[in-house]
Ligand binder design. Structure first.
Ligand code: SF4
Ligand code: ZN
Ligand code: ZN
Length: 331
């Protein structure tokens, strides 16, 4: 029997190829949490007095985010947000309920909100209308933009000072490579934790950014979380650059374990200074909804996309003052 390299007491069940350690389940869970907390501390992701709004999808990563922050910080400083995109077959009431119940076990409230209520149309309705009009935008463009806006909006509504997402190491390195290939320098810098928030914005934090995707999957499996396993029907509709980068990165990691981790560590070391300059950067404001947007734009990207599918006044325009927001209860 191979014993755990950390405690030397229990049977080793998890092999971390990036550092060559064989760990028992308990030591593996501890290791993941310690690395998450280490990253949170290193970049001061959570500071005294902060209220953190966690974006929780119900997938494996979001459960790891929830548990690792809930075991570190007081529940009064944590809130969860679950966004119902409105994608039939993908958004399931039982998954949301399982998430809400698990969070409740830590004393954390999860608010369930929908894109349909926020924008007036669900992601599926946006996609159907875009197709009908012959537009080229993918479902993920509509979905990603809507979700980001919903998060920003509710962070302000709840008075959250940080917005935590459950992006893992694989997600981060994929985005890094995609941004490099597109020549998006600002996008590369924004991946650095020093980039902070633009003027008037809520800082996004990614506590799982140094945890491999296989590790969040293993963590969730060991803990027996009731994770959402249904795949989004749009996931393979448009093979994207990201999908290609993702499969190449897997091959590289297989050949040379630890490569993804090193890539992100390298980014942390060399780009910190440049990334800090983005903090508090002046940006423009959308003339329709008032949301922050690039200074070269009149309308924000979401308002522009919705206008292209015939929605000139999305619901969120009315919520602008932050007084009329609604919550969609999952119960
Ligand atoms: Fe949204 Fe589905 Fe695309 Fe994910 S795969 S961003 S859930 S449309
Ligand atoms: Zn052990
Ligand atoms: Zn707008």
């Amino acid at each position: 029997m191979v014993l755990c390299d950390k405690c030397g007491l229990r049977r080793a069940r998890v092999f971390q190829a990036h550092n060559g350690l064989r760990l028992c389940e308990e030591c593996f869970l501890e290791d993941v949490r310690a690395r998450v907390w280490g990253e949170v501390e290193r970049w001061r992701m959570v500071e005294p007095g902060d209220v953190v709004l966690m974006a929780l999808s119900g997938g494996k990563d979001s459960y790891v985010l929830l548990e690792s922050l809930a075991l570190k910080f007081k529940s009064s400083r944590l809130l969860g947000l679950s966004i119902v995109e409105g994608i039939p077959g993908y958004n399931r009431v039982e998954d949301v309920r399982a998430l809400v119940e698990t969070a409740k076990g830590y004393g954390v409230d999860v608010f369930v909100v929908s894109v349909k209520e926020f924008a007036g149309v669900s992601v599926s309705e946006m996609v159907s209308e875009a197709k009908r009009r012959g537009l080229v935008e993918t479902a993920c463009t509509f979905c990603g933009l809507s979700r980001r806006r919903v998060m920003d909006y509710y962070a302000k509504v709840f008075g959250a000072t940080k917005l935590a997402t459950a992006h893992n190491l694989d997600d981060e390195v994929q985005t890094l490579i995609v941004n490099i290939m597109r020549g998006d320098t600002v996008g590369v810098l924004k991946l650095h934790p020093n980039s902070g928030a633009p003027e008037g914005g809520v800082r996004r934090i990614k506590p799982l950014r140094k945890i491999y995707e296989w590790e969040t999957a293993t963590y969730a499996m060991i803990r027996g979380f009731n994770i959402q396993v249904t795949e989004c029907p749009f996931i393979n509709e448009n093979p994207t650059l990201r999908a290609g980068v993702r499969s190449i990165l897997y091959e590289i990691e297989k050949l040379k374990p630890g490569s993804l981790l090193k890539a992100l560590q390298h980014l942390d070391e060399v780009l910190g200074g440049e990334a800090s300059k983005l903090k508090g950067a002046k940006i423009g404001v959308c003339s329709r909804c008032g949301a922050p947007t690039s200074s070269t734009r009149t309308l924000c990207k979401l308002c522009e996309l919705l206008e292209a599918i015939g929605i000139g006044e999305p619901n969120y325009v009315k919520f602008r003052a932050g007084r009329e927001f609604k919550l969609l209860s999952s119960n």
